[in-house]
Ligand binder design. Structure first.
Ligand SMILES: [Zn+2]
Length: 431
């Protein structure tokens, strides 16, 4: 649905330059929050929860904006949206919205009661004095967007989080091949400055490692990854198909895959013959207590169930797509004669001990020296490495490039042209 805002601040002059403030995210990875105003309209680009425990979230509770635009369903981009004043319109991709609701339900919280509006990829829409065009991008979250934002003849492009090496890399290449012209300001994410993706340059490399790990397994394998990383589920599925194994998912992952059906029938789902669902009691209770929301999902799911007995009797037949918090379940399969494979398929930083919020990370980290566990790392980043960012920046050729979502904004000028860094809270005018 498209919406034109009815802004209360009438009487302001018709023409006013576009003003920009990075509220958060100029010097850290995550917590993105950028305020834009033009004429009588104010927008917020993302309302992210900081990833780092040392970083204080911005207080949005008294911020009057005409709308929030959410680039993608990762907490460090939407996690503060519920702290905006009640009634603030939130624009987000339709699938992304479903994917934001899913974890809420499975951790026993209510769905977000916010004023949501959909947009369509590449379809411009207006909010007051702004025209916004969402560009679908390749990222480790699905339904992720960059935004072209226009007002008063000025054009700003916000990259969101993006990459070229996922299964939708064509979207990045299209941006490079057919660049948007006359960009005044480019907000470019810089997660990968001083990080390398060389070990696993793309999803195919990840899939190959999963395949090699499970093909002759004598015990079960666990793959630890985000259920919202659809590329990774596809990699696990493809590796299983090649190795003649069954992919086991939990109810939450089955529900996430169910949401994908809004946009495609080509991603694996629980009713595919090579997939089984492990129905954990706590997740099943969620389905039972929300029958109106889940409709016949529970009934359908039970047709594809795998029982604990089957996993115990022929563990070598399965790859279990799980979470770090499931370490007690993994422990049940530990066996020094036939070590259980634990394929760690997310950012290694979570195991470094700085993320107290990640329940189970200590236990998973200890598997690295456990003789009953064969610990394997297989992960490619959700973010473009520097060489790809350079290609994108050169193609877009902005008058001004502003670092965002990076710990190394000061180093941007050695890598890109026309860089201007801004600190959190600093106001600048788009010229
Ligand atoms: Zn992200």
């Amino acid at each position: 649905m498209l919406r034109c805002s009815n802004n209360a601040r009438k009487g302001s002059p018709k023409w006013a330059p576009m003003k920009v403030t990075i509220l958060k995210g100029s010097h850290e990875i995550g917590g993105n929050c950028i305020q834009l105003s033009s004429g009588s309209t104010t927008l917020l680009l993302d309302a992210g929860l900081p990833l780092s425990a040392e970083s204080q979230p911005v207080d949005l509770s008294r911020l009057s904006v005409d709308a929030l635009l959410v680039s993608h369903p990762h907490q460090d981009h939407f996690g503060l949206m519920a702290t905006l004043p009640p009634g603030t319109p939130v624009y987000i991709g339709r699938l992304a919205r479903s994917l934001i609701d899913a974890p809420q339900l499975f951790i026993g919280k209510d769905r977000y009661a916010l004023n949501f509006y959909d947009f369509q990829a590449w379809q411009p829409f207006t909010i007051g004095d702004f025209t916004i065009t969402p560009y679908l991008v390749d990222h480790s979250a699905t339904d992720a967007y960059a935004f072209l934002i226009e007002a008063e003849g000025k054009r700003l492009f916000y990259s969101g989080d993006l990459r070229s090496h996922g299964r939708k890399g064509i979207l990045f290449e299209n941006l490079v091949k057919h660049p948007i012209r006359d960009i005044d300001v480019l907000f470019l994410e810089g997660t990968m400055l001083h990080r390398s993706n060389d070990l696993f340059p793309d999803e195919t490399a990840v899939e190959e490692t999963i395949f090699q790990t499970i093909r002759q397994q004598k015990n079960i394998s666990f793959l630890l990854a985000s259920s919202q990383n659809i590329d990774r589920i596809v990699s696990a599925f493809r590796a299983c198909k090649r190795a003649g194994k069954l992919l086991v998912i939990d109810i939450y992952t089955a529900w996430v895959l169910e949401q994908l059906r809004q946009v495609t029938q080509n991603t694996p789902a629980m009713d595919w013959p090579e997939i089984r669902v492990f129905a954990r009691y706590s997740q099943d209770e969620i389905l039972k207590t929300n029958p109106d929301y889940f409709e016949d999902f529970r009934k359908r799911l039970y047709r594809h169930r795998v029982m604990p007995k089957e996993l115990r009797e022929t563990p070598e037949a399965f790859l279990y797509f799980g979470k770090m918090s499931g370490f007690r379940f993994i422990d049940k399969f530990k066996n020094a004669a036939a070590p259980v494979n634990v394929i760690y398929s997310q950012w290694l930083g979570y195991l470094a001990g700085k993320h107290a919020d990640y329940y189970g990370s200590d236990q998973i980290a200890a598997y690295r020296s456990d003789p009953a566990v064969n610990f394997v790392y297989a992960h490619t980043s959700g973010h473009a490495p520097v060489a790809d960012l350079q290609r994108l920046a050169a193609a877009l050729n902005p008058r001004k490039l502003v670092p965002i979502h990076t710990e190394h904004g000061e180093d941007f000028s050695q890598i890109f042209a026309t860089v201007v860094t801004h600190n959190d809270g600093e106001v600048f005018v788009v010229e």
